[in-house]
Design a protein. Sequence first.
Length: 555
Amino acid sequence: MSDDRPSSPFSRAGPGRWLVLSLALVLLQALPNLSYPIGRDQATYGVIGRGLLHGARLYRDLWDNKPPGVFYIYAAIVKICGPALWSVGLLDILWLLAISACLFCFAWRTLGTPAAFLAVQVNAAMHLRAGYWDAGQPETFVMLFIFSSYFLLANRGRGLKLKEAGAGVLFAAAFWTKYNALAFLPFLLLVPYWQPEKSDGRASRIKLALGWREWLFKVVWFAAGLLLGSAVVVLGCLFSGAWTGFVEEQFEVLPRYAATAFAGIPHYGVWAAGRIQTWLGFGTVCAALAAVVIAWRRNHLARLAPALVGAATGFAALAVQIRYQPYYFETCYPFFAIFWAYLGIEIYEGARSLARTFLERNWRVVRVLTWVLLANLIALCLPGPVMRTMINYKAFNEWRRDPAHFYSSYTWPGAAEHLRDVLRVVHYLDAHPAPAAGVYVWGNEPLIYYLSGYQPPTRFVWNLALMAPWRMPGWRRELVRQLIDSRPQFIIVARYDEVHDLSGTHQDSAEALRSFPALAGYLRDFYQPCKDVVTFEIYCRSPRSVAAGSAGPPS
């Protein structure tokens, strides 16, 4: 009996129609994302991306502790959308449709149309649960590059050398967007070349679909593309003047930053387990284990093996980052969604088999109860996504009626984010124009820069790098020197923005001034309070400091 018959759970019939339907359902769930605000991370990428468009040099003129890829992606986004608050929400919708199409095609190859359809819906529900924090993060772009590279490697058509090299270039893009993409190398170099062997109509084991020599030849071309893509990035840093800052960030700051994770998180193992429970879920882990056991018992393990390798490499990419941020889980969501889909198909097939058996024995009541039990099991999974979609549409309608009020009273802000007061500060700056580099924010709200159109007068877009124990020794002196040289019209000091797991301190930005006497003295001597916006204190340059010129305190 062929597995590809319409009655088979692994049928690959009608993929086009099912793909369109699955994307339509994803769009239906994701449309309210257009009302997403812009989070701290995305605003940082946007400010730096805009600076790159205006000739700034990465790391030297605008600093962040991420690899360069995401900033160039955001430069393109800023070029297209400008500083619109809805831009990241639109980006998230388009990304979710793209990753859903990739996931459908990936799962369809081995598990068929029904599982591919279900996997897309489960992945969408996992992604949408985290809200705007997951939108437009580096991990999302990494997964698009990984899947695109996979499809090029799995293609058996003409121009194979160029396809292997192109896959390497795409993997280079993933790597330079987030270094943990390296964890996907086993997935890309093995899984595209696997071919299930069938025994009695079942895929019982896997083997390479080509000889070892041919496989090595393909790996060489892949490596050539990877080296080419990496060379473009390195040469770009060299010729743009960003190389010195890049070396400082990646080889000095990044190891110091990573080393503080364990020290700043007591009982790390328990904490990590809690984060996994929160963002992946105990049920998802159990579903993955159950799917693997069932696949092993039913001789389907070869079909599930690509997802198994993807989940292992995706989880490795998550775990090596140590801090388990919500958006880190995007590297493994698609593959765990496949486990859920396979388990759902197997449960349905088991219920159908039982119902058929009961019908043959004329146990009609038991047969009906079997389908009732399955319907109740499905109903247990639906309330969360359905209620979330209904709540999101209610918020979406409020956004359509009055975007300004909606953002000012946003219901689900991220940690230490104060959108209402950010917008008040932006309105104040709009009413009191200053020179292009006339605003400095001592805090963690780069959205003020992004929405007001000002560029930071220093390369430090946010101040966690100046408060944290992993900062470089000369950074504080550099900041004060740059402020003295640029003489911004306004300095904005944030309150209640403590982010302990990154800064290593329980102080907010206003309190941290006590341990930064050079900046506190500069602020005291040359500025005066001019506006209190609850979570922000706006300081204006005092008239006597303007008359005195650019003198400032020693750093």
